[in-house]
Write a protein that binds this ligand. Structure first.
Ligand SMILES: NC(=O)c1ccc[n+]([C@@H]2O[C@H](COP(=O)([O-])OP(=O)(O)OC[C@H]3O[C@@H](n4cnc5c(N)ncnc54)[C@H](O)[C@@H]3O)[C@@H](O)[C@H]2O)c1
Length: 394
């Protein structure tokens, strides 16, 4: 059962928004805020549960960042709706008491962090993740200064904050490739979604030598068996991750978005909506490695089918932990707010974690999600034993 579930209805549009706090840890919880037409409280609850596993899974004794409990927010509104920004503002106003005290939030599907920052600031919220700053050892101001410094960093035309999540996903993919005895340079990949997560995943897979043969966005799929020009597409996509079709090369094919799943590729990375791999379509998958950049991308029954077929599967709360973990590593001062320190920590933590998950799954003949859940629960128990359950009053 969740610790708190809240449904808000916008007076002006009738749209609904939701917050679910799955659990508090030392009085705090964290998780992103998504905007999607059709978003429901059930979806937000699933995502909040995932956050409770995601927070501790990267914990290393000695880190200043102590994992929070899991939470999530969602608004049933298309991010392209002209009223989306106003709805987000009224939602922020409504949930301010939670954000000020126990719920640290940030970007997720359909909302970029810079938009959250602007809209929340207009509602008198200095940082969407401010609740977490209350436990920063050298104070909230120092934490905030590190966060601002990190978000000001750009790497080859893209903000660091938008890259770390996908860099983490790519790190997990590369570990899974090695675990299967393959090499990046002779491996192909398809990525569904080209926003924060999908865009950076494609960039860092391509940089590692993986041939990215398919990328889909909300308008459809772009396919080229010889490999796409990821960098050009990345730097010319719109602010919500839609590819500029004018940038396609003559041999790039445009296909229906639904075909992303059945392309002939070694690696599949869902990096858009939830619930996209189902028992009905899982049979179409030809890839031998599936890495979930998107939260709850795969229904449980479909995941079991992939496991039984011997597909290497890296579950969401391991694969996409990068953004969340990075944010807190920076704010708490575990790493310098630079690209070099950020990528180094992500590689050091996520590569070995992926291998540990896959090895435990093989050793115990269980699905990788079960192995990862065990690891996360063991780390949560370690955190609870090591750290007192107190938090400064707001
Ligand atoms: N951004 C983060 O920090 C973060 C962190 C962890 C997990 N995630 C998860 O990753 C997923 C993507 O989040 P994001 O922040 O990258 O979102 P985003 O809004 O930045 O990008 C979403 C992408 O999905 C595409 N898309 C929309 N509808 C589509 C459709 N029907 N078919 C194919 N593509 C479609 C959009 O065009 C866009 O390219 C979500 O499940 C989110 O929960 C995000």
């Amino acid at each position: 059962m969740s610790y708190l579930e809240l449904t808000w209805t916008d007076d002006e549009t009738g749209m609904n928004g939701f917050v679910v706090i799955d659990r508090l840890s030392r009085g705090l919880s964290g998780g992103g805020l998504r905007m999607r037409a059709g978003c429901t409280i059930d979806e937000v609850r699933d995502l909040a549960r995932g956050m409770s596993l995601k927070e501790p899974v990267v914990y290393t004794p000695g880190d200043k960042y102590i994992p929070l409990g899991g939470a999530k927010a969602g608004i049933d509104c298309d991010p392209y709706d002209p009223r989306a920004r106003e709805v987000l503002g009224r939602f922020a106003r409504a949930i301010k008491p939670l954000v000020d005290t126990c719920f640290a939030t940030g970007e997720d599907f359909g909302v970029r962090q810079d938009v959250i920052d602007e809209v929340f600031a207009a509602e008198g919220i200095a940082s969407s993740a401010g609740a977490g700053y209350r436990v920063v050892e050298d104070g909230a101001e120092a934490g905030m200064a590190r966060q601002l410094a990190a978000f000001a960093v750009e790497v080859d035309g893209v903000g660091l904050g938008e890259l770390v999540g996908g860099y983490g996903v790519a790190t997990c993919v590369l570990a899974a490739i090695a675990h299967r005895g393959l090499v990046a340079e002779s491996t192909t990949a398809v990525v569904q979604g080209f926003g924060s997560m999908g865009g950076a995943t494609a960039r860092y897979l391509a940089k590692a030598g993986v041939k990215v043969v398919g990328i889909s966005d909300r308008e459809g799929l772009i396919y080229n068996p010889l490999g796409l020009d990821v960098e050009t597409l990345l730097l010319t996509r719109d602010s919500l991750g839609v590819i500029d079709r004018g940038q396609l090369r003559t041999d790039d094919e445009q296909r229906p978005g639904t075909e992303w799943l059945c392309l002939d590729a070694d690696v599949l990375v869902p990096a858009a909506m939830s619930y996209v791999i189902t028992p009905d379509n899982v049979g179409e998958i030809r890839a031998t490695i599936v890495v979930e950049a998107a939260n709850v991308a795969t229904l449980a029954a479909a995941e079991k089918i992939l496991h039984d077929r011997g597909v290497t599967f890296v579950p969401d709360f391991v694969a996409n932990v990068g953004t969340n973990a990075w944010w807190w590593w920076v704010v708490f001062g575990d790493i310098e707010p630079t690209a070099g320190a950020s990528f180094a920590k992500l590689s050091d933590v996520l590569g070995p974690l992926t291998i540990a998950v896959l090895e435990r799954a093989a050793r115990d003949s269980v699905q990788s999600r079960a192995a990862a859940t065990e690891i996360s629960n063991e780390k949560r128990a370690m955190v609870d034993a090591l750290h007192p359950r107190t938090v400064k009053a707001p």
